[in-house]
Design a protein around this ligand. Structure first.
Ligand code: A3P
Length: 300
């Protein structure tokens, strides 16, 4: 019953276009289709993620790397303006008139991205996170939406997530799609877990990839301002700027726990095994490694 109610509410909350679910009212099939024909510059950098994989964190890192005014706090520009969404352009930003280098965010699968990117114009940073922590983060996140007006229980959400009937579609298809097509793009693959374990190395990798040299002092500022604690309190980074008619901020925060392995606090053994099985079937042949527990090294 609970699952049926959630499915019914999701049918209104999101729409399906070209195999993927998007949030209704904040984007449209026309917006998504237009992305494909967006003109790309060599200096463009796209941050691409499946939802709940560390997007706002990486937006903050990119904002800090690219903008001295973000590092020293002299500019009052939030991350949604610094790294705007191409698939959810809720501020109607004119992407074409933005000065270079442009930064963008997206949850799109590889096949809906701007065509020029496939000719290795521009750069893509793809951040992924283990699908168990993503599912739990997603569950808490979906409850923040005002328009999703129904009781949401973990078990129902988990079943729907496993079937890929959520924003961004199936985690397995998204990550597999990007991973198996990475040679088509100019791409840096990162995992949330490697950022969590050694943020300095991840930031240095990003700097090298986008060809920006920062001195030690600037790197230290990036690390400090991109810490979970700092970001949670930073109104330019914590997504408290999302309008109240979309997100009910009294229900929780975008920056919730920021850990590896929180899935163990909610997932049953049967659910965990079901996900392991699906992982084996859909991802087992790929050399990609995930870390599922803060104490473990990455394993498949
Ligand atoms: P949790 O819900 O597990 O806490 P996205 O930005 O793609 O929606 O991902 C959100 C997840 O990234 C949330 O996970 C959030 O807490 C986590 N996150 C955001 N900023 C972070 C940071 N500075 N350090 C660690 N995790 C962060």
């Amino acid at each position: 019953m609970a699952q049926q109610a959630l499915e019914k509410a999701l049918n209104v909350f999101q729409f399906k276009h070209k195999g993927i679910y998007f949030i209704s009212n904040v984007t449209s099939p026309e917006v998504i289709d237009a992305v494909e024909y967006m003109e790309i510059r060599d200096s463009d950098v796209f941050l691409v993620t499946y939802p709940k994989s560390g997007t706002v964190w990486t937006q903050q890192i990119l904002s800090l790397i690219f903008n001295e005014g973000h590092r020293n706090g002299t500019e009052n520009i939030d991350n949604m303006t610094r790294v705007p969404w191409i698939d959810y352009n809720i501020r109607n930003i004119d992407m074409d008139s933005r000065p270079s280098p442009r930064l963008f965010s997206s949850h799109l699968p590889y096949y809906l991205m701007p065509r020029d990117l496939k000719f290795k114009k521009g750069k893509i940073i793809y951040v992924c996170r283990n699908p168990k922590d993503v599912s739990v983060s997603f569950y808490h996140f979906i409850k923040l939406f005002c328009k999703l007006d129904c009781m949401i229980d973990w078990e129902s959400f988990f079943n729907i997530y496993m079937e890929g009937r959520v924003i961004g579609g199936s985690w397995f298809d998204h990550v597999r799609g990007w991973y198996t097509h990475k040679e088509d793009f100019n791409i840096l693959f990162l995992t949330y877990e490697e950022m969590k374990k050694d943020l300095r190395s991840a930031v240095l990798k990003i700097c090298k990839f986008v060809d920006i040299k920062l001195d030690e002092k600037a790197i230290d500022i990036v690390l400090e301002k991109a810490s979970f604690k700092n970001m949670k309190e930073d109104p330019l980074a914590n997504y408290s700027f999302i309008p109240e008619d979309i997100i009910d901020h009294s229900r929780g925060s975008y920056l919730r726990k920021g850990t590896i392995g929180d899935w163990k606090n909610i997932m049953t053994v049967a659910q965990s095994e079901k996900l392991d099985q699906m992982y084996k079937e859909k991802m087992g042949d790929l050399p990609i490694k995930f870390c599922w527990n803060i104490k473990e090294e990455a394993e498949s």
